[in-house]
Design a protein around this ligand. Structure first.
Ligand code: ZN
Length: 139
């Protein structure tokens, strides 16, 4: 495998919430601090990032019910939505995942938060876990 396609650390844990305000209050109790918020119109979601010493949670509140997070909440309620890992070369990582027989949601990278390229693997081929690959290129 091209080394750039290898998993290179946990990027964040994505959590679906009905209210960012309430969720932020919960995570603050554990010592997490908000480091930024962002609305991704393409995914109909508002995101708050919270960090504590190298750990990041991404809180996802839908901007409407007819959206991926809105449908997730309707079906499963609040809770763990996805796990995101860094890779240096997202296209190489997607090729490697596909070569391993994993089902891709995104065959090509899409724009994610922080202007980063991301792509999702289908939970069907990952034991029910939605996996996000998040590009972190070498500086
Ligand atoms: Zn994410």
């Amino acid at each position: 495998m091209n080394d750039g396609g290898r998993i290179a650390g946990l990027a964040h844990i994505g959590i679906a919430v009905t209210s960012l305000k309430n969720a932020i209050a919960h995570w603050k109790k554990l010592g997490f601090q908000v480091t930024g918020t962002e609305t991704l119109e393409s995914m109909h979601v508002t995101i708050a990032f919270m960090e504590s010493v190298g750990s990041t949670v991404e809180l996802l509140e839908p901007t409407g019910t007819d959206s991926p997070i809105g449908r997730f909440l309707a079906k499963r309620g609040e809770g763990l939505h996805h796990v995101a890992f860094y890779v240096r070369d997202l296209e190489a990582a997607l090729k490697a995942a596909e070569a391993q027989g994993l089902e891709l949601i995104d065959r090509t990278p899409r724009g994610g938060s922080h202007g980063r390229n991301i792509a999702f693997l289908h939970p069907r081929s990952m034991g029910g876990v939605l996996v996000e690959l998040c590009e972190r290129r070498k500086p």
